[in-house]
Design a protein around this ligand. Structure first.
Ligand code: SF4
Ligand code: SF4
Length: 433
């Protein structure tokens, strides 16, 4: 039930819902509207629900839960909206308002607290997770578990996700991301590399290659030790207060070094980082610092392209396609650079897939918590991928990368189709390992 409507309106950022003129231009761009076909599961419908709460026409916030839960947060609706509705801000505020009032069961509450406060923000915990994955793989437990058929009996389709986790790096390799890597040849920029929590635990190799590529194109690369998780997973789960804690920690950490850019290689993290200014806009002590941080934040493709690309690339003739990260496209608005970098690789034939901007259904942990909805979206995406007849799918976000690998497994096309991060693809072409 609603306590104070004025307060709730502020919390919901109600005034932003008034920008929506209900034209419906966003409907064809929305993956959940395409697969579920319900107005309440479209951007317009979701905005309307929030609006009705703000006007006191809906008094039970739980009515919003399912429609907002099933939103991927891909923000394709923002890109096509003619009146500039800030859907992301509306969604984030509504999710936070619901989470603040929701009574989670004790185990769920404990799990949320552990994950959001102890695991994702802690580099030690993420390192432990990464090392555990390595041990699981190398000790033979993985082989045994797969052979025994145990994986197919795991709940929440965890067995399917286990099959697509990338090979873990050893603890010795894990500690080898250097705090300083000098530019090769003439120095163009000094950049600070944003490590990320999932990237660090599961895609350490891509982080290592990212640092090498940045140095290759002329950047001095610094890895700041006390950086933390960007907070994207927290924000998507409605844990806005915790997101702010992480944002402040990152801003303070990155202020310790004078750099030209703060570079990341994960579309979802980058989108969170460049919105720190929105997140902290109402906090006078942090607003300006957050703005400076956001201005310096760039995706790695922007810096590689800005530095003139990587020289001496070589690939055998092949056909590739590109699965855009929604957050990179719709929030960071980085679209040209990754394509340019791909097209610059000799012998590569690039084929754009149909409905390319459509989300792949990964969306943070959406594919874990809304498995069926996510797989419906993925199956549509894989049809588009197969139509291109590409042998490689290139992506720029860890979630999309895992989702594409899952799609390849589901379609049983592993023999002639693979998915790689753009950084891996470029490093491979440059002979960097
Ligand atoms: S969000 Fe934008 S595109 Fe969608 S209905 Fe509202 S005004 Fe139209
Ligand atoms: S964020 Fe994506 S899934 Fe959510 S309403 Fe907008 S287009 Fe639809």
């Amino acid at each position: 039930m609603i306590e104070n409507l004025d307060e709730l309106r502020k919390e919901l950022k109600y005034e932003k819902t008034n920008q929506c003129v209900q034209c419906g231009y966003c409907l064809p761009a929305c993956p959940t509207y395409a697969t579920m076909g319900k107005e309440t599961h479209s951007p317009r419908g979701r905005i309307n629900l929030v609006k009705m709460v703000g006007e006191g026409r809906i008094t039970d916030l739980s009515v919003l839960e399912e429609p907002l839960d099933l939103c991927l947060g891909c923000r394709a609706c923002e890109t096509v909206c003619p009146t500039g509705v800030e859907y992301g801000a509306i969604l984030e505020a509504a999710r936070a308002a619901i989470t603040r009032r929701k009574k989670f069961s004790f185990p769920v509450q404990t799990l949320r607290k552990t994950l959001f406060r102890k695991v994702f923000p802690s580099r030690k915990a993420m390192k432990l997770l990464g090392n555990s994955l390595w041990l699981y793989e190398k000790s033979g437990i993985q082989k045994l578990a797969r052979k025994s058929g145990l994986m197919s009996r795991l709940p929440a389709h965890l067995g399917e996700f286990e099959a697509i986790t990338p090979p873990a790096v050893s603890p010795s390799e894990r500690s080898s991301l250097p705090s300083y890597t000098p530019a090769k040849g003439e120095k163009k920029y000094t950049v600070a590399f944003f490590v990320g929590c999932v990237m660090d635990a599961m895609f350490r190799k891509i982080n290592q290659l990212s640092v090498k590529l940045l140095a290759e194109v002329g950047c001095d690369v610094i890895v700041i030790p006390n950086q933390t998780c960007c907070g994207a997973l927290h924000a998507h789960a409605g844990e806005l207060d915790e997101t702010k804690v992480l944002a402040k920690k990152n801003i303070a950490s990155f202020e310790q070094e004078e750099v030209d850019f703060i570079v990341n290689n994960a579309g979802g993290c980058g989108a969170m980082l460049i919105e720190y200014d929105h997140l902290l806009a109402d906090e006078p002590e942090w607003a300006e610092r957050a703005e400076r941080f956001a201005e310096k934040t760039k995706d790695i493709s922007q810096i590689l392209a800005e530095c003139g690309g990587i020289k001496g690339l070589e690939r055998p003739p092949e056909r590739v396609t590109y699965q855009r990260s929604c957050h990179m496209t719709n929030v960071q608005k980085v679209t040209k650079e990754p394509l340019q970098l791909i097209k610059d690789v000799p012998n590569v034939e690039f084929i754009e897939m149909k409905d390319a901007p459509m989300c792949c259904g990964s969306a943070g942990i959406y594919n874990l918590v809304h498995y069926k909805a996510s797989m419906d979206i993925l199956d549509q995406k894989m049809e588009r991928v197969k139509d291109t007849k590409a042998t490689t799918i290139i992506t720029t976000n860890p979630g999309c990368l895992l989702q594409m690998k899952l799609g390849i497994e589901r379609e049983n096309v592993k023999a002639n189709l693979r998915a790689v991060h753009l950084v891996e693809y470029l490093a491979e072409a440059a002979g960097i390992s």
